[in-house]
Write a protein that binds this ligand. Sequence first.
Ligand code: SF4
Length: 412
Amino acid sequence: MSERLKQIGLPIKTSDFKTKAEIFEAARSGVFPIINLKTGRTGKGEGCTCNCVYCDVGDKDGPYWQETKEENFKTLITNWANQGGKTIHWCGDGEPTTFKWFDTILDLAKKNNFKLEIFSNLTGLTPDRANNLMEIGATVKFKMDSRDPIILGEILTSTNNKDTAFKAGSNLIDKIDMLVQAREKSENKPQLVASIVMSEKNMHDIIKVLDWCCEFNVVPQVAYMEEIGSVTKTGIKALNEREIKIINRWLKIKFGLKDPKQIMGDQCEAKAAPILMGNRVSLGPFGMGCEFPLREHLGELNFIGEYKNDVGELTDTIKEFRFNKQNIQLIVEELVKIKEEKGIYSKTGTDEILPGCGDDIEELWFIEYVATIFTSDEYFKNFINDWVLKGEHRKWTKEEINSLINQVKTLM
Ligand code: SF4
């Protein structure tokens, strides 16, 4: 098998730094090439249909879009596409394929030539939708913690009932296979990504899952479950540092990876993107599977404001939020904490296991977000040339954070 894997090679998601730089530049000028949609975790017919053992999405929000009319939604998305919108990057808080306007979005994407990137449990996938997604070149990241239907079902449903688990797990595996087949038939052959969250439940399945990814040219994205969210109730054990180190080492050897980080975590391109929840708006940066770092850094500011249907109004709301004196003050305070290693993620230890991965990514995104929005033109230019275009993605030194703090302070 290892010979065969060597020949096929593990598909790796590659980063396009030039596009990233363009996105940073656009965000700075108040244009949003990327937006994120959320539909609400529990909204009737719009929320997530699963009950994963490790879910860390809250269950009190949503549905977000009940006040909006479909016509207004269409106008908003079309206006956004006309002002340079390129990608709807859809993850977290709600399942895209069961959203009431999912087909509308597929139509709009085709008509207006924008891209769709979704993180999905594929519940609402049908053969037609799978074909449409592949036809518009959508990137689909789907849950696939195991290829064993019972283990997968147990994770998805938080139950130990084998029949229930088998049904849920088989259903998802069938949908995944449907998507892979639709891609086979498509001209574009868009990227498919498998989200693999590892815990004690599925740690022995990783070989089979990665072999399957090799065989079907699906990018694996491995993450290690943390003890937050539902895990605190369901008691599923996260892997310990030793187990993670062993798996990382094994990944390097078996798949010939220079660094297991190549298949870990996220490559977020949606820096500073607005997150639309009906007529409320929140702000990134965020990525597929990543929550609201800005909210976490600035306190529990879940939504930064409201807008009606207009993209211009959205831009104004975001500007007002960004340059509010109180927020600037909070940003400086947060940067000081990060510099002194007292930030919210400093105690997770993921940085030691995989530098630049896990929660530390969120901290890094926060810093990069600040560097994008709250700095002088000269600083920003250097940041793009020395960091973004060179693919630098690492912990910032104290001196670098100090220089950023001085930049932000000039706005106070
Ligand atoms: S982890 Fe994702 S798919 Fe599972 S319950 Fe939470 S939101 Fe739904």
